[in-house]
Write a protein that binds this ligand. Structure first.
Ligand SMILES: Cc1ncc(COP(=O)(O)O)c(C=O)c1O
Length: 377
């Protein structure tokens, strides 16, 4: 279906094309190459961390992070269910058990109080998610992790650039993941990265990413034997894609500025014209960058269908992971997560992207208002 107003549009320019062209026309280094290291250095700099290791997806990055941190069979990792399924699947990849904690209603991130109640002798890590560009209660979660000697691994897939005060997300835990999948703040189509302050974790991640090979040289341009020292994967981000990442990263503050300005405008419109929807709010000092613009309301399914009939794409983020067929029927999960389930019944993510025009936002607000005129209060 082609939407009049899609949920997201990628922000790109000629510099993105030139960056990719340059690597392609060099005729070399399409797989590994210097752009990967440059992208990693720039990401670490941007997030205020010491190291970054790029991956071909956020999911493979999380998988590698689980192994690098030694999470394994018999361990438990506390995660939200109000997230994309890859967060919960990551512990499963290493035969550990994801344990779901509830979220709170301000940021939609893990509720620190509920997390404490889920800690057992087997808990090794807490993996919170910063949902849609809004930091979660990460300072409180960091304290809990420290008090209980647990790892804190941030799933910051959706929140590159968001921060509390001056401290960017991704710099709170032992490691953090950002995704560069298409709807994210900046994108390379597919891609991901782990940031960390630990050199040891960085070295393990690099081995895991490339077949467990000790890469003292670029594999494709040396005839030296490079030994294989552990089990590894091919989770590499290509040099072509890294060049695109660098070009995108140069625009990130501009992109965030446009998202925040559009969100401010849409919030004002909705508050005036469609008070039946609750607009997003975040705590003071929390720098929300609106990778997703999510409202809450009654008659959510009716509103989503109504907007869809007008060519406006709205979508539910997130249907809870613990209620998917896989977790409920295959793995047998039964969970008591009342806030997660309430949010999942009420939330609706509306189109939000830098190129969204004021006229389009007015159309959206008018359509939402006219839907609520037709339903009982
Ligand atoms: C919260 C969250 N975690 C993990 C992922 C997985 O990232 P990717 O799609 O890059 O594999 C995503 C992205 O869709 C996500 O939104």
């Amino acid at each position: 279906m082609s939407w009049k107003i899609p949920l997201f549009k990628i922000y790109w320019d000629e510099a993105d094309i030139e960056a990719v062209k340059e690597v392609i026309s060099s005729g070399m280094n399409w797989a590994t190459g210097p752009k990967v290291e440059e992208f990693e250095r720039l990401i670490a700099e941007y997030t205020g961390t010491s190291h970054a290791v790029a991956f071909n997806s956020g999911t493979s990055a999380l998988h590698a992070a689980m192994i690098a941190h030694g999470i394994t069979e018999g361990d438990e990792v506390i995660v939200p269910s109000f997230t994309f399924i890859a967060t919960a699947n990551a512990p499963l990849f290493v035969r550990a058990r994801p344990v779901f904690a509830d979220v709170e209603e301000e940021t939609y991130g893990l509720d620190p109080g509920d997390v404490v109640g889920k800690i057992t002798q087997k808990t090794r890590a807490i993996m919170p998610v910063h949902v849609g560009g809004c930091p979660c209660k990460i300072r409180e979660l960091r304290e809990i992790a420290e008090d209980h000697h647990l790892l804190l691994i941030e799933d910051a897939a959706e929140s590159l650039g968001s921060r509390i005060g001056d401290e960017k997300v991704g710099s709170y835990g032992e490691s953090a993941m950002f995704s560069f999948c298409a709807p994210k703040v900046i994108t390379t189509g597919e891609g991901g990265v782990i940031v960390t302050d630990s050199l040891d974790i960085t070295e393990r991640l690099k081995l895991l990413r490339s077949h467990g090979r000790a890469e003292t040289r670029d594999y494709f341009s040396t005839n030296e034997y490079l030994d294989y020292v552990t089990l590894g994967y091919n989770f590499r981000l290509s040099n072509i894609i890294a060049a695109l990442g660098i070009a995108q990263l140069k625009k990130i503050d501009e992109i965030i500025g446009m998202r925040r300005e559009n969100s401010r405008f849409l919030t004002q419109l909705l508050e005036r014209r469609a008070p039946a929807v609750r607009t997003p709010r975040s705590p003071k000092d929390y720098y929300h960058l609106f990778q997703m613009y999510t409202v809450r309301c009654r008659h959510r399914d009716g509103l989503m269908k109504y907007l869809g009939d007008q060519g406006i794409m709205a979508k539910v983020y997130f249907p809870p992971v613990h209620l998917t067929h896989f977790y409920r029927n295959v793995l047998g999960y039964r969970c008591d997560l009342p806030v997660t389930e309430k949010l999942a019944r009420e939330c609706l993510t509306l189109p939000m992207y830098p190129a969204l025009s004021r006229d389009e936002m007015i159309t959206m607000a008018d359509q939402i208002a006219s839907f609520f005129q037709g339903v009982p209060a």
